[in-house]
Design a protein around this ligand. Structure first.
Ligand code: CP
Length: 311
């Protein structure tokens, strides 16, 4: 079994069998991560650069840890501390790094399509660690892994994705993945933060009433308001957003069932999610972060040509 793609640019390009293979391989790596020695030699002699043109806490650390657990050699590149500030282009930067014999590139960029551009111009395998408002495929995969681990299924699972759908690459990767794997998806939030095309384009439900969305779902994946990507006023204030779409424990307790709460981070506490909900027993937010390492190990391992039975 191997992936049908050389790069991981988006969930859009994966087949259901690719997704299944990544999730099943991640299950094996999660078992490795429970051992006293959490390291395997799978990517010995493979060199990976983590190219971050945009800030990150979880994704950057998670990739670096995944690479180290697989025994790869890793280089961390932050654009803010590089010659990018002197005007060097993306392609020049990457070609200079690749000339030092780097095999794989993990890349985050604020421009949608930046990793796709790079994939057309360089020979190394590329993993998209989030591009603008387009996709964040490893977040989609770790979210799906966490949902499957918690509920036992993806097929038939009812998932509500709540909040700033318009500016969210996490929403896009979740929608592509969940639809490919047979889940039912509702997006919920204010009409101004939900693209008009989304219902027809993806065959999903749209719900503007938060409580109805929560009553319907098994899992709520709550998203952050992406203030840094808003170039127009799409809601009146954070306080009013929180009153209409913020989730707290009182609201969760008023539902007719116990749903699972997820969030990709970073959380705007008191805006989309109150601490009493984010830190409740229903929340699997820190399990998502934990699972991210195993999922990224699986992605890197499979893109490097690995086979699951070799671990
Ligand atoms: N979930 C996520 O992408 O978080 P970071 O921006 O901290 O990597």
């Amino acid at each position: 079994m191997s992936l049908t793609t050389k790069h991981l640019l988006g969930i859009k390009d994966l087949t259901p069998a690719d997704i299944q293979l990544i999730l099943d391989t991640a299950t094996q790596f999660k078992e490795v991560l429970q051992r006293p020695i959490k390291k395997v030699p799978s990517l010995r002699d493979v060199t990976i650069v983590n190219l971050f043109y945009e800030n990150s806490t979880r994704t950057r650390i998670s990739f670096e840890l995944a690479e180290k657990r697989l025994s790869a050699d890793t280089i961390n590149f932050a654009a803010s501390a590089s010659s990018v500030s002197k005007g060097e282009t993306l392609l020049d930067t990457v070609n200079n790094i690749l000339s030092m014999k780097v095999d794989m590139v993990v890349m985050r960029h604020s421009a949608s399509g930046a990793p796709h551009f790079l994939a057309k111009h360089i020979p190394a395998a590329i993993v998209n660690a989030g591009d603008g408002i387009n996709e964040h495929p490893t977040q989609g995969l770790l979210d799906a892994f966490s949902m499957r681990e918690k509920t036992g299924k993806l097929d038939g699972l009812k998932v509500a994705i709540i909040g700033d759908i318009m500016h969210s690459r996490v929403a896009m990767s979740n929608i592509y993945l969940l639809k490919k794997m047979g889940a039912e998806v509702t997006v919920a939030g204010p009409p101004t933060l939900i693209p008009k095309y989304i219902q027809q384009a993806f065959d999903i439900r749209v719900e503007y009433n938060l409580k109805k969305a929560l009553e319907w779902c098994d899992v709520a994946n709550v998203l952050r308001i992406q203030l840094e990507r808003q170039n127009q006023v799409l809601f009146s204030s954070l306080r009013e957003y929180s009153l209409a779409y913020g989730i707290n424990k009182q609201l969760l307790d008023s539902l007719n069932k116990e749903i699972v709460i997820m969030h990709p981070g970073p959380i705007n506490r008191g805006v989309e999610l109150d601490s009493d909900a984010a830190d409740s027993k229903q929340s699997i937010i820190l399990q998502q972060v934990e699972n991210g390492v195993a999922v990224r190990m699986a992605v890197l391992y499979l893109l490097a040509g690995g086979r699951a039975e070799n671990n």
